[in-house]
Design a protein. Structure first.
Length: 469
């Protein structure tokens, strides 16, 4: 069990975490015809929008209640009601997500009461679902905000209805996914589930909303894809619920209590053992054997593990991530014989106790850099903000997490499953190969000429202009 070392600084230096508010907005962006409206100042929303646009390289629909000096002191209840009314009139969304910011929470905003007042004042907009969620950005991280938003959607939109006794299997499975899964991961997840003849209902479905596809419309003020809001009313018909990520346990508990659907929970889907457990659950739910292509992908991963363990074995890694992702990389690396010498998490969570490291530091990228230097870490894993630390340390960086603004298409990368794990091992092994660790330096004789020979230079012509034979 890892020792959890809590923050001991009065401020963050080179922050690692992204805020809870951004995490909640990301969850709402995985719903179709939806728009998040952040309750806070315009600057809070603008800052988050920059992160999303740089990461996904897509237009991102975000709105704000635009709290100013007066509403911050006197109360911003009217700003919420007016903002909801304006969005419903202009865009007619199916869902409005209403996460709070640190400013609103410090002011003492009650978004639940504001939504009730909006319903009483404007019953004509009852067809638009509104989901308020408290996500102060002075605590937690992107992962916790994402999980709180999913739990709020389950609480507000899922009716308490259970499948009748003796009902025939529907062939459907609910899938609750944490923020660690990319749009590419969700497409891989969907393909694996469908391979067993099952129909997945993924909530929220970033793989359908933020996968980088084009639409016929020139522009839209709402999300262009994702899970339908109406699907929440049918979740009780599923044969099982698959829960990916320990951060989703609270939402899973609530869904199980409301629908009675049994669930299967997985901390992550990175690594041979983790994916094997997921495939075994799909076999149990469907009663079908694993497809031949899955067996082939598994054998390819096994071969990749053999090929890459020479580079990964006994290598010291430093990882900075949200808790679910930190646990995933820790299991993958130690399973390959590597050492998780530094583990830095953006926020505390129960799953951190299971990270295979001596200790987990709750901190920032300054902590990562300091600990990596002290332990002589040979490779970093983290988001794009870690690039400067990796350069100062003189070690390679595998970019993972959020945001990844300095690589095109990073948001679409597949990490999970047999194929995603295989590629992750290849990428890590190649980073370490570039270090040329343990290579014998070329021997240069003391009698060799000191002048460097340019291999690309043209040979001098022979005397008389003749040719050599």
């Amino acid at each position: 069990m890892a020792e959890i070392v809590k923050r001991n600084k009065a401020l963050s230096v080179n922050p690692l975490k992204s805020s809870q508010t951004i995490g909640a907005a990301l969850a709402f962006l995985g719903m179709n015809r939806a728009v998040p409206m952040l309750h806070g100042s315009q600057g809070c929303t603008a800052f988050g929008k920059v992160f999303f646009v740089r990461h996904f390289r897509e237009p991102i629909p975000l709105q704000t209640t635009a709290m100013d000096q007066v509403s911050t002191v006197m109360g911003a209840q009217d700003s919420i009601i007016q903002g909801l009314k304006t969005l419903c009139e202009k865009s007619a969304p199916d869902l409005i997500g209403l996460p709070t910011t640190g400013l609103a929470e410090t002011q003492g905003a009650d978004v639940e009461m504001a939504v009730r007042d909006f319903r009483q004042a404007h019953p004509e907009f009852d067809r638009t679902a509104v989901v308020p969620v408290s996500t102060p950005d002075y605590k937690g991280c992107l992962e916790t905000g994402f999980a709180l938003a999913v739990a709020a959607m389950v609480r507000h939109l899922v009716p308490e209805k259970k499948k009748g006794p003796g009902a025939e299997p529907s062939g459907r499975v609910n899938v609750l996914t944490s923020s660690q899964l990319t749009p590419g991961d969700l497409e891989e997840l969907e393909a694996m589930i469908e391979g067993f003849g099952l129909t997945p209902v993924i909530l929220p479905h970033l793989g359908d909303a933020l996968d980088g596809h084009l639409i016929d419309q020139e522009s839209t003020p709402l999300t262009m894809g994702g899970a339908s809001v109406q699907v929440f009313e049918t979740l009780h018909q599923a044969d099982a619920t698959l829960v990916i990520g320990a951060s989703m346990n609270a939402a899973a508990d609530l869904l199980k209590a409301k629908t009675g659907v049994p669930d299967y929970r997985f901390t992550h889907l990175l690594g041979l053992d983790a994916v094997d457990g997921f495939v075994a659950a799909l076999h149990q739910i469907s009663g079908r054997p694993a497809p031949a292509r899955l067996e082939r992908w598994r054998s390819q991963l096994q071969d990749a593990m053999l090929d890459s363990h020479f580079m990964l074995g006994q290598t010291r890694f430093a990882v900075a991530a949200d808790p679910d992702q930190l646990k995933a990389f820790g299991d993958l690396l130690t399973g390959m014989g590597a050492e998780l010498s530094v583990a830095v998490a953006a926020a505390n969570a129960p799953v951190l106790a299971e990270v295979p490291a001596a200790q987990v530091k709750i901190g920032d990228l300054e902590d990562l850099e300091t600990l990596a230097r002290e332990t002589a870490a040979e490779c970093l894993i983290g988001n794009a903000h870690c690039a400067a630390s990796a350069a100062r340390l003189g070690v390679p960086l595998l970019r993972a997490g959020f945001p990844l603004y300095d690589r095109v298409g990073a948001y679409a990368r597949t990490w999970i499953g047999y194929r995603g794990t295989r590629q992750a091992l290849f990428d890590l092994a190649n980073l370490l190969l570039d270090l040329e660790r343990g290579e014998i330096a070329p021997y240069r004789s003391i009698y060799a000429p000191t002048e460097e020979v340019n291999p690309h230079a043209h040979p001098a012509p022979l005397a008389g202009g003749g040719r050599s034979h």
